[in-house]
Design a protein. Structure first.
Length: 281
C-alpha cells in the first residue's frame, strides 16, 4: 500500500488526499510494528538495564505517539470514505465533500500534533515510575508503590482518552453513516433491479463488508490499547502479552481488508507475487 500510494503521489503533480492519508496510516503502522519488536527485544535481552536507563522513557513515549497517530489516521480514513462515498444532502456534508482535498493535509498535521500532546503526560509519568522502580524497596513498599502507580495512571488514562476519544468517535460515526448510506442504496438497487447477482450490487455489498471489517479492527485495536495502558509499567504477564498480540495483529488485518477492497492494491499485490514466483533473469 505504501509503495502504490507513494508512486501515485510521485506521478501526479497534485497529491491525492486518499494517498496522503494512506501514506500516513501505513507509515505509522510499519513504524509501530518495528517499534514493538524493538521494545520486546530490549525488554528480553537488556533487562534490567532497560528499566534503569532513559531508553525506557523514550521507547514508551514514542510507542504511545505511534499508537495515537494510528488511531487518528485510521479515523481520517473512515471520514474520507464517508465523505467521498456516502450520498447525504446536508449542507455541511456537501461543504466537506467540496473541500476535503484541501483539508486533508491540515487534518493529518493536526492529528500528529494531538498525538504528541496526548503522550506528554505519559512521558512525564514514565520517568517518575522509572525512578520508583529503580529505587530499592521492600516487598510491602513495592506493592504499595504499584497501587499508587495504578491510581495515578488511571487519572492519566482518563485524561488521555478525553483526547484520543475524539478520533474513535469520528471513526465509529463516519463508518456507521457510510454503512447506512450504502445499505439504503443497496436496498433500492435490489428493489429496482431484482437481480442479486448484479455486479454493481455485489460491489456495494462488498463495500459494506469492508467498512464493517475496518470498524471491527479499529475498535478492537482501541480496546486492547486501553487495556495495555493499565498494565503499561508491569513486566511480562499473560494479560500484557495478549494485549500486545492484539495490537500487533489488528494493523495486519486492517491492511489486508484495505488491499482486498481496493483494486489498485490487489493489482500491485498480484504483480509483486508474480514477480516473486517468476523473477527476472
Amino acid at each position: 500500500i505504501l509503495a502504490a500510494c507513494s508512486m501515485s503521489c510521485t506521478e501526479s503533480k497534485a497529491r491525492p488526499p486518499y494517498d496522503m492519508i494512506m501514506i500516513s496510516l501505513t507509515s505509522s503502522k510499519i513504524t509501530l510494528q518495528c517499534w514493538i519488536i524493538l521494545d520486546l527485544f530490549l525488554t528480553i535481552f537488556c533487562d534490567p538495564s532497560y528499566f534503569e536507563e532513559n531508553i525506557f522513557g523514550v521507547i514508551k513515549t514514542v510507542y504511545l505517539v505511534l499508537n495515537y497517530s494510528s488511531l487518528w489516521f485510521g479515523a481520517w480514513l473512515s471520514v474520507f470514505y464517508c465523505i467521498k462515498v456516502a450520498t447525504f444532502t446536508q449542507a455541511l456534508f456537501i461543504w466537506l465533500k467540496q473541500r476535503i482535498a484541501r483539508l486533508v493535509p491540515w487534518m493529518l498535521l493536526t492529528s500528529l500534533l494531538c498525538s504528541v500532546t496526548a503522550a506528554i503526560p505519559f512521558a512525564w509519568h514514565v520517568y517518575g515510575v522509572r525512578n520508583n522502580f529503580t529505587a530499592p524497596s521492600s516487598m510491602t513498599n513495592s506493592s504499595a508503590m504499584r497501587a499508587t502507580i495504578k491510581d495515578s495512571l488511571g487519572v492519566l488514562i482518563l485524561l488521555s482518552n478525553a483526547g484520543i476519544g475524539f478520533p474513535v468517535i469520528l471513526s465509529v460515526v463516519s463508518s456507521a453513516l457510510l454503512i447506512r448510506s450504502l445499505w439504503i442504496h443497496t436496498r433500492r438497487m435490489q428493489n429496482n433491479a431484482g437481480d442479486f447477482r448484479d455486479p454493481t450490487l455485489e460491489a456495494h455489498i462488498s463495500a459494506i463488508k469492508s467498512v464493517f471489517s475496518l470498524l471491527i479492527f479499529y475498535v478492537t485495536y482501541f480496546i486492547a490499547f486501553n487495556f495495555l495502558l493499565y498494565i503499561f509499567f508491569l513486566r511480562f504477564s499473560i494479560e500484557k502479552s495478549l494485549c500486545i498480540a492484539v495490537i500487533a495483529a489488528c494493523p495486519t488485518g486492517h491492511t489486508m481488508v484495505l488491499i482486498w477492497s481496493n483494486p489498485k492494491f490487489r493489482e500491485l499485490s498480484a504483480r509483486i507475487l508474480q514477480h516473486i514466483k517468476c523473477p527476472v533473469r
